[in-house]
Design a protein around this ligand. Structure first.
Ligand code: FAD
Ligand code: NAP
Length: 456
């Protein structure tokens, strides 16, 4: 019997939103996708007209091409393993054209407000004031566009130039400058390396050490090694193997000039750089401990040293923000938003988050799999476990995350790529069995006009 399906709204057409659109389209679920920009690709569009991209001119991916591509649309084999952002943006353009998604995306149209109505449906208010109603809402607005500056700010005043990594485009023009890069994540790596070729002097300050991972080991992208084991071999075993590989391929980070990390390998979001340790070893980047105070044209550090500094680039990460929700309804203070397997919000049966996570691995195939999972659910082919089971699952996952990772606002939604994909596939199967065992019922009732028909 053909049945009506719910009608969905997707916020954002970055790499996550377009993967979700593809999954909805595949299952015949009608949707509108609203995108602030004049094009798809979000973060990967340098100088994006939405003003939200963090891409700098020299940006290359740090998850290898084969790990980052969508399962149903490989990247061109002519692409290098660690392609440039222009190639990645072109790939997303090609994806939407290949699957006929472009006409289904409403460009230059931001969502200003999303309101859950008394009947459970959604009223979406666009930036031009138009309102539309939907049965289901998929959030794919990205989480690397709202800069987090040091909280609280460091004491003192600084007379030079300060910018967040989100504002950094290139180091051109900094030839005569002493640059300080703060942080030891991937933004700090790339920006410090670039500055080290241009600036008079480049220093990097961090409040802890890091195991800076190379892009390649033994002639292969590191993220392509041992992937089959990741879903099944327990983390402590994989960590031991990673530590051995690191010791053989890289050695001790202290030897390059970094402090001893205060954690074991794999207990922080991976900092990946093919060049950083070499530039440290070359003396072209100087490591400094945490900033103590800003002092006019100098910066003081916690070891008592002071440096003359002209430019500070704060590579201090991002806030997870949903400006279209009333904060009392949904917000992520300190980047924390408990979700079932990072997608479902228990208690709200028609709200879904896409790629709201920090994978040890690439984001795109995860968004693709999550989109398919959401589509299964909206078609009634997947049934969620009871809320108590979801709550216990969320609690267990948060406990494991807190146990494994260094306490930091950047470690609130970490997932191991392969383990997550493996668990998601298992859960989709389990939920499909639950759906088959019960009488067919749509979890989200189609309330609005224009809903598609689905053969149960
Ligand atoms: C410098 C940098 C490098 C990175 N490198 C990698 C990498 O190598 N590999 C990897 O896997 N990940 C990487 N990431 C993570 C990155 O977040 C993902 O690659 C990817 O961009 C996530 O896609 P997304 O669609 O979720 O978010 P985004 O790319 O941010 O896209 C979100 C989209 O939503 C739109 N939008 C937002 N709000 C609204 C609204 N209210 N209304 C309408 N539209 C809206 C935006 O315009 C945008 O197009 C990197 C992140 C940064 C900052
Ligand atoms: N080439 C690439 O592919 C590439 C490039 C850039 C970014 N990215 C991705 O983009 C995302 C964001 O990366 P990011 O590097 O911008 O942010 P991030 O991973 O959140 O790292 C932020 C860094 O700033 C530090 N920090 C935060 N607040 C601080 C403070 N008040 N004082 C001193 N240090 C502070 C953190 O230290 P603590 O650990 O002590 O909190 C951490 O070292 C990640 O997913 C990353 O992989 C990828």
């Amino acid at each position: 019997m053909p049945r009506a399906l719910p009608r969905a709204c997707v916020i954002g057409a970055g790499s996550s939103g377009i993967a979700a659109c593809k999954a909805l389209q595949d299952r015949g679920i009608e949707f509108d996708c609203f995108e602030k920009s004049d094009r798809v690709g979000g973060n990967w569009v340098f100088a994006n007209s939405n003003g939200m991209s963090a891409a700098y001119r020299s940006l290359h991916i740090n998850t290898s091409r084969e790990r980052m591509e969508y399962a149903d649309h490989p990247m061109p084999s002519s692409y290098p393993d660690f392609a440039h952002h222009t190639q990645i943006a072109a790939y997303f353009e090609d994806y939407v054209d290949h699957f006929g998604l472009r006409e289904l995306i409403t460009f230059e149209t931001g969502v200003a407000h999303a309101q859950r109505d008394a009947d459970g449906g959604w009223t979406i208010t666009l930036e031009d004031g138009e309102q539309r109603r939907y049965d289901a809402l998929l959030i794919a607005n990205g989480h690397h566009w709202d800069p987090r500056w040091p909280e609280p700010p460091y004491p003192g005043t600084f007379d030079g130039r300060q910018l967040h990594s989100h504002q950094f485009l290139d180091a051109g023009g900094w030839r005569d400058q002493n640059v300080l890069v703060v942080g030891i994540g991937n933004s700090a790596m790339d920006i410090a390396v670039e500055c080290s070729y241009v600036a008079r002097r480049t220093s990097l300050s961090s409040r802890r050490g890091a195991y800076v991972l190379p892009k390649y080991v033994f002639g292969r992208p590191l993220d392509q090694i041992g992937t089959g084991a990741a879903g099944v071999v327990p983390w402590p075993v994989r960590r031991t193997v990673l530590a051995i590989i690191y010791r053989i391929a890289v050695g001790r980070v202290e030897r390059y000039g970094l402090p001893t990390p205060d954690h074991r390998i794999g207990e922080a979001h991976p900092t990946v750089s093919g060049g950083f340790l070499q530039r440290l070893a070359d003396g072209e980047i100087a490591w400094k401990p945490n900033v103590d105070a800003l002092d006019g044209d100098h910066v003081g550090f916690t070891d008592g040293s002071r440096e003359p500094i002209d430019v500070i680039v704060w590579c201090t990460g991002y806030k997870v923000s949903f400006p279209f929700f009333d904060p009392a309804f949904i917000s992520a203070p300190d980047n924390d938003l408990p979700l079932y397997r990072h997608v479902f919000r228990p208690g709200i049966d028609n709200l879904f988050f896409v790629a709201l996570l920090q994978p040890l691995g690439a984001t795109m195939p995860i968004a693709e799999a999550q989109g398919q999972w959401i589509a299964d659910y909206l078609c009634g082919d997947y049934r969620l476990p009871p809320e108590a089971v979801m709550a216990a699952d969320i609690g267990r996952e948060r406990e494991q995350m807190a146990k494994r990772y260094v306490a930091s606002k950047r470690h609130t939604m970490q997932v191991d790529f392969d383990a997550y994909m493996h668990a998601l596939a298992n859960e989709r199967r389990a939920g499909a069995a639950r759906a088959r065992a019960a009488a067919y019922a749509l979890p989200v009732a189609p309330r609005v006009q224009g809903a598609a028909l689905h053969s149960a």
